[in-house]
Design a protein around this ligand. Structure first.
Ligand code: BGC
Length: 353
């Protein structure tokens, strides 16, 4: 139980990267890196009491440095998902950003938080060990205004919940919309596709997006469509149906409007009959991107020499709606100078009854 630190490797620039392992009394483990505040390993018990590592990752820093378009386990900042036209206007001033996804900005730009070195504070509480990773993002970092102090705390509780708590504050008005980009596979990261695993999402609607995954502003009901996950469906059941949203997303790659209350609530779940593992996701944000790893190319050697095929992991990215800054009707990820942004995401694991 508690926290163990070890040397993981070195960055291209010669910085020493450490791995922090949290372990609870049930034997559940979560390992994070101070490089990118990446969640690298998540071992949870299956129905037979064996521990499965249920997230994608790499065994070297180089793996993460070389593959910068899949964001395995990454902490995304300053702004998750897309900003149309790679620019936005705040108080009359235009802020150009990196166009790293066609002509749009994705996950902050080329120099995202997932490749930064974080400063670490360990909190040695044996029942609920936690590690806090913090980062200073200077004014105009990635093109965003304001000197921003950002931190993410990973905490492992006695009831097999991994909690991610974000906090950030800037000295100028700015956009803050961090998320975590873990790919989950409840049969183990090495087990192949997630098409036979079942998803449930507490959302009546999703943000309609164009072929570049930019929201049009329309919220569309899931009723009668393959986007409806209000009850459990396997990911594979409808993913290849003739459907415009699925065609544009190359599969599921959509923001769900998760019945926003502004408070912590259950928003989604993933379960596997094979391993008997149930994962429930909680968040206090209005949106969640369901992304089924459609762009994994199958050319990446991950942990233990495993090659991850297309659709071998599923992301539940808690977030403000994509491109919210261009849609005043969406809840805004804009924070005033010296206003604290806080948000929490929880992944709770149990065995199906
Ligand atoms: C996006 C995908 C993108 C992926 C990057 C997701 O959040 O919605 O379109 O390909 O991140 O791996």
């Amino acid at each position: 139980m508690g926290i163990t630190k070890r040397k993981f490797g070195e960055t291209k620039n010669g910085e020493c990267v450490s791995a922090y392992l949290l372990k609870n009394a049930n034997g559940m483990e979560a390992e994070m890196l101070d490089f990118g505040a990446i969640l690298r390993v998540l071992k949870v018990p299956d129905k037979n009491g064996a521990f499965l590592d249920v997230v994608h990752g790499f065994d070297s820093v180089k793996g993460y440095e070389d593959h910068n378009d899949t964001y395995y386990g990454a902490t995304i900042g300053r702004c998750g998902n897309r900003i149309a036209g790679a620019q936005f206007v705040l108080d009359g001033k235009t802020y150009p950003l990196d166009a790293n996804d066609g002509k749009n900005n994705l996950h902050g730009g080329f120099a995202g938080y997932e490749h930064r070195m974080f400063t670490v504070r360990e909190m040695q509480d044996n029942d609920t060990p936690s590690v806090c990773f913090s980062l200073h993002s200077p004014d105009m970092d990635q093109g965003f205004p304001g000197n921003l102090d950002f931190c993410i705390t990973y905490q492992l509780t006695a009831d097999n919940t991994l909690q991610l708590s974000y906090a950030a504050m800037s000295d100028q008005k700015t956009i803050i919309n961090p998320t975590n980009h873990s790919y989950f596979n409840l049969n183990g990261h090495q087990s192949g596709t997630i098409l036979d695993q079942e998803v449930m999402i507490c959302a009546d609607a999703f943000t309609w997006a164009d072929a570049e995954s930019i929201p049009t502003g329309e919220l569309v009901s899931v009723e009668g469509t393959p986007m409806d996950f209000r009850s459990f469906h396997t990911i594979g059941e409808r993913i290849d149906q003739e459907d415009t949203a699925l065609k544009y997303g190359n599969g599921y790659d959509h923001n769900y409007c998760v019945n926003d209350t502004g408070k912590m609530k259950k928003i989604a779940a993933l379960r596997s009959a094979r391993s008997g593992i149930l994962m429930e996701v909680e968040s206090d944000l209005p949106g969640m991107q369901l992304y089924t790893g459609n762009f994994i190319k199958g050319n990446q050697t991950g942990k233990g020499g495993v090659c991850y095929p297309r659709r071998s992991g599923v992301c539940f990215e808690t977030q403000y709606y994509p491109d919210a800054i261009h849609h005043p009707e969406f809840k805004q990820p804009v924070y005033a100078a010296n206003e604290t942004m806080r948000s929490t995401t929880r992944y709770h694991f149990s065995i199906l009854s």
